[in-house]
Ligand binder design. Structure first.
Ligand code: BTN
Length: 243
């Protein structure tokens, strides 16, 4: 259950590294193989959103993972935690995790994780974990309507970031965290420790079941979000927040 980043394909441009990694997985590439692109022409985020992927301005990569199905949906949290720890160690930045996959610096989004699983029956065949970090964007590189909501390492630190160095640091961190013991016994503790929401905070979340409102109770051991509503505590598996 190791070797993340042992083999890295470096691609100048592609539609989405998640798709290239998926093709490689279908061709039988081993777990850990990583696809890194300098730019993406059709980078995507959760819920079909576009992920802006200008050349050199961000870090865009995807890793092939073949975990046990029981821990499959915890892996976006693992990717997020790896970046949070590297941002603290290398840049002394406090990054928060906005469940399930947003990386936030002082209320602004700096990165995100996109986990896409492929199943054979009920078995997880493989999972592609795509990571996007805004490294060298200037604020004017983003569309005007996004500028209040996003940031980059360069905007915060006022210096150019070496994407390759950051990639290697994140992969090394993920490699050390990617053990069954850590994922089953410690990951949720850390995901809660770095949570953007505080326990007891009132949140509104749009889900397939409609708009839900209540008190944030934390991230559950299966990776779901716990929400205390008027009618009781519920687990939410996907959705997005309404401000
Ligand atoms: C999100 O916040 O909604 C997730 C963003 C994930 C972006 C990364 S960039 C590398 C990989 N390839 C993609 O097309 N998306 C992910």
């Amino acid at each position: 259950m190791k070797n993340l980043g042992k083999k890295i394909y470096i691609i100048e441009t592609c539609p989405s590294t998640n798709d290239i990694a998926k093709n490689k997985a279908e061709e039988g590439e081993e777990e850990g193989t990583t696809v890194w692109a300098l730019e993406q022409t059709q980078g995507r985020g959760r819920e079909g959103r576009k992920w802006i992927s200008q050349k050199y301005k961000g870090l865009y990569f995807s890793i092939i993972l073949k975990p046990d199905v029981t821990i499959g949906n915890l892996l976006t949290l693992l990717g997020a935690l790896a970046f949070i720890e590297i941002a603290k160690r290398n840049f002394n930045l406090e990054i928060k995790l906005k469940w399930p996959n947003d990386l936030i610096h002082e209320n602004k989004k700096i990165g995100g994780i996109l986990g896409e699983g492929t199943y054979k029956g009920s078995q997880l065949n493989y999972m592609i974990l795509g990571v996007g970090i805004n490294t060298n964007y200037k604020i004017e590189d983003f569309p005007e309507n996004m500028q209040k909501k996003v940031t980059s390492l360069k905007i915060i630190l006022n210096k150019e970031i070496e994407n390759q160095k950051l990639l290697m640091a994140i992969l090394e961190k993920m490699n050390s965290l990617y053990t069954t013991d850590f994922i089953q016994n410690k990951l949720i503790y850390f995901a809660n420790k770095f949570s953007f929401f505080k326990k007891g905070e009132r949140i509104k979340i749009k889900t397939l079941q409609g708009l839900l409102e209540g008190e944030y109770k934390g991230i559950n051991k299966d990776g779901s979000l716990l929400l205390q509503t008027k009618t009781g505590e519920i687990k939410i598996y996907s959705g997005h927040f309404i401000e």
